[in-house]
Design a protein around this ligand. Sequence first.
Ligand code: SF4
Length: 443
Amino acid sequence: MTTASVDRTIRLISTGESAGSTCTPDLAVDPWYFDAKDPGYGPGSSMGDVIPTGSPRQGELPARYRTASNGELGDWIRAAKATLGDRVVVLGHFYQREEVLQHADFIGDSFQLAVATQSRPDAEAIVFCGVHFMAETADLLSRPEQAVILPNLAAGCSMADMADIDSVTECWEQLEELYGTGPDADGRVPVIPVTYMNSSAALKGFCGEHGGIVCTSSNAETVLEWAFERGQRVLFFPDQHLGRNTAKAMGVPLEQMPMWNPRKALGGNTETELEDSRVILWHGFCSVHRRFTVDQIETARVDHPGVRVIVHPECPMAVVDAADEYGSTDYIAKAIAAAPAASTFAIGTEINLVQRLAAQYPQHTIFCLDPVVCPCSTMYRIHSGYLAWVLEALVGGDGVPAEVLNRITVADDVAGHARVALERMLAAKPPAAGSVVPVVTGA
Ligand code: SF4
């Protein structure tokens, strides 16, 4: 398989050696430059989003790693992994840059990777090449003795940050005041909180504590069914699009899905709108998936007659409606793997995954719906320099003390409730056999 490097594509575009465009020239700048600047999501799809105050900051990466070539970093990573052996497991998310992902022991979506941690209970360290909420989930599902390490603390998630525990608690108090807390004649409580996996551990804990549940993009419908059996309505956060697309497919009318804007009283709704609601959607979104448009789909259909358009359910409703299919990253990968030879796909999800699938299946024509190269800003903060740094620190070779190893831990009082919400999800829809770890690489 040809290595599919979005990083290299960006550099070729930035130097004029390749046609095409990127959303910002800053993508060609090394990520440690942004660690030293004001807090921000950095270049890429989330750069216009507002990062919350108090978000973790990454300290300065030692010069050895900032000045090394990609080839040197790859050699150091392989050597450190060989020394560490089974003491370490490296997990890589589908949206991660190729230069990092080639060293992953497991590749998958956030939930698949969290579950993958359980397949290596003897590993002392889990190096999570993804974003902050994923590392938190891995900490929740791994053994207490295992250290989950995020190579760059600035790798957050702008969508997850759009719902914080204080705003959700305030919303919940307003809803309790409006609806009361008692069940109806069928024993259903007024509201069930449902959080997308892409949320902080604090929100997963909130759901566990208040009779709610977690969902992923592949089990959202099953989870909403679970919630409707127990509640008259659902409060869904943080992604409005996943909530709307899923509930609409289940037959919930749009007028029964008001949006909750945390900056407004009653979320910007009237009491009547909230009384009539079935799903209250938090005002959150993913800036990667918000880039996809109906115009892009129409262009793809004109340029590639017979094209199969598959988009992620984090895309806006109009885009999902205009596509041929929608589904999680795992769904997209499996649809391509099962397609007849010489199929053409236009894909609406993050560019690193699309470019990798295109390299993996050269018999097909696979392209990203968005012609502008614009990766997930926060995934992009993890560079092989950071991976080499944490692995060599684990070996003990460069003297970096253990306390700066970016360990991600969830406080005990939150973790207990968060595990309850995750266990409810697993009971509602256990992961299909063989689907928890779709790709195993020998790095
Ligand atoms: S792709 Fe969107 S939801 Fe996923 S980590 Fe990036 S910003 Fe967050």
